[in-house]
Design a protein around this ligand. Sequence first.
Ligand SMILES: Nc1ncnc2c1ncn2[C@@H]1O[C@H](COP(=O)(O)OP(=O)(O)OP(=O)(O)O)[C@@H](O)[C@H]1O
Length: 702
Amino acid sequence: MPENISIKVIGRCRPLTGEESSKGVKSVVKVSGDKILLELGGKEQSFGFDGAYSGEVRNEQIFKEKCETMLQRTTEGYNSTIMTFGATGAGKSHLMSGTDDNPGIAPQMIKRLYQHIAEKSNREFFITVSYLQAMDEKMMDLLNPHNNQMTIRHHPHKGIFVDGLSEMVVHSYDEMSEMYEQGRRVHEAGGSDLKGSRARAHSVFSITIEQKERQSSKVGVRSVLTLAEIAGFDHGGSTDPKVVAGVQGMASVLNALGGPKKGGAIPYRDSVITRVLQESLGGNAVTMVFAVVSPVDKSAQETMTTLQYAQYAKNTKNHVKMNLDETHDIINDLRDEISKLREKIAAQSQPNKDDVLKMEALVQDLQIAKRSTWEEREKQSSKYQNERKTNLANKGVLEWVQDSMKKGNRELQEKLMLLQKEKDQLTYQYKERRKVVDDLNEELQRKIGEYSKLTQSGKSSESETKKKVTAVHDLKEKLKKETDGLKRLKEQLQELTEKQKTERENAKAQITSLKGNAELRQKIEREEREHLEKEHAALVHFEIDKMKMDIENLKQDIQMKVNKGHTYSSQEGELLEVHVAEMKAEKNVTTLQIQLLEKEKARIVQELEDVHKVHKDELEIQQLQHFQTFRSYREMFEEQKIALDQRYRQLLEDAIQDAVFLSSRNNELQDENKSQRQHIAEMKDVITKLGGRIPPEPGMTA
Ligand SMILES: Nc1ncnc2c1ncn2[C@@H]1O[C@H](COP(=O)(O)OP(=O)(O)OP(=O)(O)O)[C@@H](O)[C@H]1O
């Protein structure tokens, strides 16, 4: 049994914008409890709703207090609709979509839906989205803006649906958010072929949720969550019937549902948006309407209209029921019905017209039902995905695709930035430790110097010498420890560098797969080169440092040995000098190599930039060529379609003519047959009269 539930209406008034405040614009709207108070013509009018919010209240709070329960019902299998409606600039988009730091109803709904799904691991979900724009009675597919025809149909089980509107399967929160965001951008861009003001454009984002228990034969449930933004009723003085119907259709329906015209026929069919939202307005959906108004004095009349119609919505009752997903049973029932009807028609000598029409409708329902299986829809959705980019490019709104790439890139960049931050911290620690090592080294040298002075003076006592030697040893131990720590830090840094490299590779692969975004790819590659440069410079620096430390250690060892009384033979001295000279030479060679590498690097960078430029130009040419080819294919296809249509029409005409000819020939033959039979009957009569004698043939004598 359907439940009768009234449409809930919430009032919302936006604050004055900064510009309006600075210009001294007067506010004529107040929010008090669940009421919106409007000052018009010197009088204050009060409109009571199921809730009212001022613009200062954050969208999160409104969602929590009013919309979260709607999600609950949706996930139980009930259709739910949330619409924002009001004049242009009243704040509909701010409430429905919001901003990055004040997310609107739609992004919060999407987030909560996927949290719910994550909690229900025992259930299997199949989720699709579609996004429709209706303006001046013209429909546009916001997810896949094609030029194919779209028709609003009614299906006995599916309810109202738009045949031809792309239904995209989504598998994750990210995918759904991206679809919503991208569709919204197409809506904002308006699409190049949609003339007119966006102030008259309605948009409907529908999330269809089908779910069933895993590994169970129980019938699942199916529900549609509709998020709609309805434009105000202002047609800007236009007399174009489509423009008027587009914005007035909703007013007429609300009036007939809960206004002065209540009780009469409801003119859903008078406009696209009311037909599409028929289930949400007096039908099978739990509906919440946000009447969104501006506080500006100049908009007071529009505010009044919005609030009045919102009252009509409040008087409307919907008839809500849980929707079972019986697609497979429906297909079987339809097949049974079709085969019974086929037998009936076959048994008729003259097919009954009503039976034939019924058969046609059943076959159409079966086709729709067959297209409703999860597998079929998944296939269809991939097809739409493939068409999307071309359609978006054709509409001149491909720009946003690049924007969304930038968004994806931002996430990658953030990941890389985190790694870089970690690395910066490590590098800082490394530098600090390095300073400690250097200081220790200095101290050690000083201590060794003191020790050698003492031993050379020959005045030191044994205990004093011992003390100096112990101090040198202790320092050496400390230095060793610090150097080990430094080594470990270096290893960590190297690990992090590897990780960074892998992430950058991933980022690069991801960016490479995003066709046509040459700028972005170049940016990533340049950043990667710069990182590598820094890495190499640090590595070379480290090696030179190490070499210096080795020389220092060598020097200290020699000094210690000398201090202990060791005397170097001239051969040993020569060897050591050679050793030090070799190290110095090695250092010079390394420095030279670095300079050469720098030059080589500059050359490669230049080469890369050149190659990149050539590729970018080529890519642009290719893209142009592709579009041209695509256009000529389309034209060819249109021509062939026209030729085929003509041929088909010709064949049809021929067939009709044949049928007409055969039917008239049939009539002639029937007439002939009739006159023959009459003639035979007359002949028989004559024979009987003649007593069985056959009369002579005319012209013969008896
Ligand atoms: N609650 C709010 N807090 C702060 N600013 C708001 C709020 N609501 C709306 N605004 C601001 O008011 C202006 C109009 O809002 P918005 O674009 O959402 O209106 P709209 O009804 O969607 O307009 P249109 O029909 O032209 O698309 C915007 O600058 C928006 O940032």
